[in-house]
Structures are given as C-alpha cells and as structure tokens.
Design a protein around this ligand. Structure first.
Ligand code: BG6
Length: 519
C-alpha cells in the first residue's frame, strides 16, 4: 500500500471553501469538513485552553457545520458526561459569550471513546467510530489528532494510530497530528521524539504547538519589521546595543509541580517561546510568509545563534522562596506540594545569546523568564546605542537613558518607543518620553486567543506558525550547553517571590554596564 492509500474511508471530492479567495484576505478563513480527536482531553491544557478555543471558533462561525470533537481517555464517560465536562470548561474559559444555539450545534458532534494509550481494542473502536462519523457527520475522512499528553505517551499513541490504520488515508482526505511541548529535554531526546512522530506522520502533517507564535503581538513582530520602512535601517548592530527578551510570570507552580520538577524554566519557556521570539526579531525578511520561506529564515538565525561563554558569567538561574506577591504572602517553591525539597529545578532562568551574522555580530540577546516575579509581562526590548555625539551642555541630559523600542507581547499589547525630548522651559533640558501604541486603543477588534488561531491553522493546513522538527532540534542545540553547565554546577540561587529574580541575574548584565529593564 502506498503512504496515502485508504484504510477505512472512501475517497471524497476535495472541498474548496468558496469564501476563501486569495485576493481578499478580509474574508473569514473557515475550516472545511473535519473533526478532531483529543488525547488527554481531561488534562489541564484541554480544559483551560483547547476546549474553550474550539467553542470560540464555533462561536465565530469558523468551524464547519459537521465539526466533530472526539475525546479519548481512561474515564468511563457517556456522551452526556463528556458534554457536561466540556460545557463547564467552555463556560469557565471561553473568550466569547456562551450562546445556547452555538453550544447545541457543537454538542451534537461530541463523542467520547474510553480507553488506555496501549489498548488495541479501544483504538480499533476509535477507528470504527471515526469511519462511522465520516458517514453520519460528513467529516469526510479529515481528522486532526491532538496529542495533549505527556511526551512519554507520544510513541504509544502514534504507534496505535498507525496500527489501527488511523494515521493514513487516501487523498484528498487528510490526517494530521498536533503535538504539544515539551519536545524532548535536549537535542538528542528531541531527535528521538521527532523520529517516532515522523515514522508515523510525514513532517507536513505534523503541527508542533508553540502557543507564543499564535499570539497576535508575536505576529506583529513581522508586520512591524517588514511592513514599515521606519525600523529596518536601525535594526542591526550599528544602532542596537543589545536586546532583552523577557517572559515574567507572577504565578507560582501551584498544581503543576509534577510536570515542572525536573524540567525548569529554561526547558519550559526559553527553548521554545523565547528562542522563537529571538528568531522572529533577528531573522532576515522572508520572500513571503509561506511555511517554507518563513522557516528558512528562522533556521538561518537559529543556526547562527549560540550561548555566550563563560557560562558562569553569562547565565543565571534561581528558585523562588516565600515572599510577598503584591498583597499576598506566597509559599516558596520548596514548600509547594509535590515538589522535591532538594530539587535543583530552576524557576528563573536567564542566558546570553549571540548571533553570528553581519546584522547582529556583537549584539547580546539577553533572555530571561521566571515564575513569581514582580509582575506578569512578556516583552522584547531593543535597546539602542548612545548617540555618537551630544551637543548639549553638561548635566542637561541627566534623566535620559538609551532609546528603546519595546514590543509588548502581553499584557497591554502594543509597541512603545522611548526617546529624549526637550523639557518645556527656557533651558535646553532633555528627558525621556514614551510614544505608545496600544492595541486596545488602536483597534476595535479583540485579539483571538493563541489556541484559536493555531487550531484553526492546523485544520486549514497552514503551517507557518508551527516550528518544524529542525527548528526544535536547533533550539535545543543552542540551549544544551547552558543546561549541561547548570547540571554540573550545584543548586540555583534563591530569590524572594515578588522580586525580579536572583542577584546573579543582575550581575550578569552589570558586568557590561547594562541593566535589566523593570517593566
Ligand atoms: C507555557 C508554560 O508554555 O506557557 C507555562 O509551560 C507558562 O509554564 C505558560 O505558564 C505561559 O503562557 P502565557 O500565554 O500565559 O504567557
């Protein structure tokens, strides 16, 4: 049998969305007939993000009429149990208002199949269910399998999908797999994982989720850079002193200790979200935004990026201890339930990366992320060099810092420019001012959630916002030396909850006369 021969569905005519014209991008992008199977549907991610996002898509009219959602899990649930569970998740997490008619239509297509990840009979049952749904719901053999399960189960699920014949189908019907991180814990394990996935699904059918790429403000990096003439001439080592990429969270580990212990901040956030942000900020202009062109440019940057030595001075890591988070006194990591008190897992990580390219040589990219920091904020700050000459008298620029362009990913999504301006009055005194663009003031449309965008893209086979296997492996290659160094060098330093991280992180920048921004 060829790769795409039918197993359990008959070929159907390709569906062409009459509303999607390449000329008019304002028309809604609506998925064609299809369904989705979620593995791990009872997990946190599905409850908080995936199910609400699917409802929001339905509410916006972006799912096909017969869209079908199949849950697969160990619970012994009836259809009614499954519907109740989803309804609760949707009511708690959806972005758009709950509407009975939307709900009822979506609920008609909800099916639960009970089974383990190594249960042949249950997977055969799932395969039979999908074939039946193709006839009764018009899903036309088009199924996306969402693996919202720990990576230890990836292999089981993929092999079961293969064994039961669900992984392949005759064109034009399609089968795709959507995979959640963590994609391994270093380059080697990422390779192994990719081999498993790619042995069952060809790379073009694999959609790896990095939900940061689904955020509007992250896509705006490309609009800002490539739709304007204003920024590009300055976007290089001649004018930029350094770049700071920050993803700070005020929350602690809470119930996620089981997942997080042994992983830590660098693997959880730097390897994926922050390195992807770096790639978008630093890459050259792609020929267009098709997956191949965009990925080619990102790959070039990733190949040229490395951690700056000596790692004892260019990296920092920490673990939060109890302290005041705003008006609340919170526990330290070692008191959190489920966390090993001797754990060396870091909840704060910072590193210095450099890109060997004409555009960026000599410009440090400082990346940091942490839990229980001063506030929740994700931003990219491009900090400019000082002007080569200032014709102002001594002491009149005392309040002026470097010029900065800040891309505020969240919250208060927008872009800020900071520069010196004359203080009103008879003297020539210069002080910093902000020029601030905020999404909420500039646009009336609300931004969709990242998962809405990414799920819809996967259903539409639009892969631009999904990292490839090569990107994932290269990101690990950049981070691996840092992780290996930390593994050999004792425990992370303590930092008090509600502060901006360990002292070593401040020293990391002070050594070169720089300082972290306090967003
Ligand atoms: C996830 C991490 O990828 O991103 C979490 O695993 C983190 O630890 C989360 O809390 C943050 O996402 P967001 O969209 O709230 O910034």
């Amino acid at each position: 049998m060829s790769d795409h021969e039918a197993t359990n569905v008959s070929p159907v005519t390709p569906w062409v969305n009459p509303l999607r014209s390449p000329q008019d991008k304002r028309l809604p992008r609506i998925a064609g007939p299809c369904g989705m199977v979620i593995f791990g549907v009872t997990g946190d991610l599905a409850r908080k993000k995936l199910l609400p996002a699917i409802y929001d898509l339905a509410n916006r009219g972006l799912l096909p009429a017969g869209f079908t959602l199949v849950g697969y899990g160990r619970r012994d649930w009836s259809k009614a149990d499954f519907e109740d569970y989803i309804k609760e998740a949707v009511k708690a997490g959806a972005r758009t208002p709950f509407r009975d008619n939307v709900w009822e239509r979506l609920a008609e297509g909800m099916v639960f199949v009970s089974g383990n990840f190594d249960d042949d009979a249950a997977f055969d049952q799932l395969a039979a269910t999908l074939s039946e749904l193709d006839q009764t719901r018009g899903t036309a053999g088009n199924w996306a399998f969402y693996l919202s399960v720990p990576p230890a189960y990836f292999s089981n699920v993929c092999h079961q999908l293969q064994r039961s014949g669900m992984a392949k189908v005759a064109a034009p019907a399609w089968r795709r797999v959507i995979v959640e991180k963590p994609f391994g814990r270093d380059q080697q394990t990422a390779k192994e994982l990719n081999e498993v996935i790619n042995s069952v699904f060809p790379e073009k059918s694999v959609f790896r989720i990095d939900h940061y790429l689904g955020k509007e403000t992250v896509q705006n990096i490309m609009a800002l850079r490539f739709a304007n003439q204003l920024f590009d001439p300055l976007w290089n080592s001649h004018y930029i002193d350094h770049v700071q990429i920050t993803m700070a969270e005020d929350i602690g580990l809470g119930g996620r200790a089981g997942y997080y212990d042994g992983i830590g901040a660098a693997r959880d956030v730097i390897q994926n979200h922050l390195i992807q942000l770096l790639a978008l900020v630093a890459m050259e202009e792609p020929i267009d935004f098709t997956p191949a062109e965009l990925q080619a440019e990102k790959m070039k940057v990733l190949r040229a990026t490395h951690a700056v030595e000596p790692l004892s001075k260019t990296t920092a890591r920490g673990q939060y201890t109890s302290g005041w988070q705003g008006s609340e006194y919170v526990k330290g990591l070692r008191e959190e339930t489920g966390f090993d008190p001797d754990s060396t897992t870091e909840t704060y990580a910072a590193c210095t990366l450099e890109i060997n390219s004409r555009r960026w040589a000599g410009v440090p990219f400082y990346l940091r992320t942490g839990k229980r920091l001063g506030r929740r904020v994700t931003e990219i700050a491009l900090v400019f060099k000082d002007a080569p000459h200032h014709p102002f008298p001594e002491g009149t620029r005392h309040a002026q810092g470097p010029n900065v362009v800040v891309i505020r990913v969240q919250p208060d999504e927008g872009v800020l420019m900071r520069f010196g301006s004359k203080v009103p009055g008879s003297a020539m005194e210069v002080r910093d001012v902000n020029m601030d663009f905020g999404y909420s003031e500039a646009f009336t449309e609300e931004s969709p959630e990242a998962y809405e965008r990414l799920i819809l893209d996967a259903l539409l086979d639009e892969a631009s916002l999904f990292p490839t296997n090569e990107e994932v492996e290269l990101s690990w290659k950049i981070l691996d030396p840092v992780l290996e160094y930390w593994a050999k060098h004792g425990k992370p330093e303590d930092y008090v909850a509600g502060t901006w991280g360990p002292e070593s992180a401040n020293k990391m920048l002070e050594r070169s006369g720089r300082a972290w921004r306090r967003p």
